[in-house]
Design a protein around this ligand. Structure first.
Ligand code: PBG
Length: 324
């Protein structure tokens, strides 16, 4: 044979043909913007390790909720940064606590135009920085934490959240939150479950973003990066317990889990491109080592190509604006 029989390059020959045959795309509606809202500040504060991301005041956050709606984003995921913390994270249940008022602000701003989501976890509110409460020996008390998560779900629902995002990796958390919401009559409040959440170095900058007080690590509740069967086990449990969406986190180092989980559950699958992933790209781009926009687009496309229906990314608004 003198010539190649098949020429894949034909489908790469012009921008038009490449566009025609592209299998995957990123759309604004698939992107969710995580946001940090801090209590008791008068000005937004930049987060040094997350260039372009800030700790918002309630007022500055309101502008972003409206912008997110105007851009047609899928939604916003809200994190509260409280002024005071205690052993049980009581600020999480206070209707005047920062996260609860931020949820109400967001709903007042966007109504039902985009999905308002909230991080349902105690780590931002506890003085020890763990995602659950501690027992007398200083271990995480899984089942005592579940009761608080249920109350927190109800507090978020009362504030107006559309969907809560339990991120604490306690066993049974989705079932506990679902039954608490149902018994209080919040039948249509959804659950986006952080199903496969790994104990990851890529959360480093987030700890600065929420003024984390964590000492030690989260290895007794977040997953071991060596394991993938366990991720499937977690996703199946969450799905059975009533998760409306299951999520893989972080995204990039765990892309293999997205198609694995996608093929075993019938609910939508999300992936969270976390703070450390943003920090790597921003730092390399600031040094002129990579093309920032191309790198961002390639990362988001890769997460979609792996099979994620929804992507949580700090670049959501920027990318949506560029897609217009
Ligand atoms: C816990 C939580 C974390 C993140 C989201 N929810 C931190 C952790 O588990 O240590 C990380 C998000 C990111 O790094 O972008 N409430």
């Amino acid at each position: 044979m003198a010539f190649p029989a098949d020429r894949p390059r034909r489908l790469r020959s012009t921008q038009a043909v490449r566009r025609l045959v592209a299998e995957t795309s990123v759309e604004a509606r698939q992107l969710v913007l995580p946001m940090f809202i801090a209590e008791g500040r008068s000005e937004p504060r930049p987060i040094a390790s997350m260039p372009g991301v800030v700790q918002h005041t309630r007022e500055s956050a309101r502008k972003v909720y409206a912008e997110a709606a105007a851009l047609g984003l899928g939604g916003v995921m809200l994190f509260g940064v409280p002024e005071h913390k205690d052993a049980t994270g009581s600020g999480a249940l206070d209707p005047n606590g920062i996260l609860n008022v931020a949820i109400a602000d967001a709903r007042a701003e966007v109504g039902d135009d985009i999905v308002v989501m909230s991080d349902l976890c105690l780590d931002e509110f506890t003085d020890h920085g763990h995602c659950g409460v501690l027992d007398s020996r200083g271990n995480i008390d899984n089942d005592a934490t579940l009761g608080i998560y249920g109350q927190m779900g109800i507090a978020h629902a009362e504030a107006g959240v559309h969907m809560v995002g339990p991120s604490g990796m306690m066993d049974g958390q989705v079932g506990a939150i679902r039954s608490a919401l149902d018994s209080a009559g919040w039948l249509s409040t959804g659950i986006l479950a952080y199903a496969a959440k790994y104990s990851s170095a890529f959360y480093g900058p987030f700890r600065e973003a929420v003024d984390s007080s964590l000492q030690g690590d989260r290895k007794t509740y977040q997953q071991d990066p060596a394991n993938s069967h366990e991720a499937l086990r977690e996703a199946l449990l969450d799905s059975v317990e009533g998760a409306d969406i299951v999520m893989v986190k972080p995204a990039l180092s765990y892309l293999d889990l997205i198609p694995l989980i996608r093929s075993h559950v019938t609910v939508p699958v999300a992936a969270y491109s976390v703070s450390g992933e943003l920090a790597m790209v921003e730092a390399a781009a600031a040094n002129g080592w990579i093309d920032r926009e191309r790198a961002i687009d390639e990362i988001l496309l890769s997460i979609r190509r792996a099979g994620a229906d929804i992507v949580l990314t700090y670049w959501a608004a920027e990318v949506a604006a560029r897609l217009r």
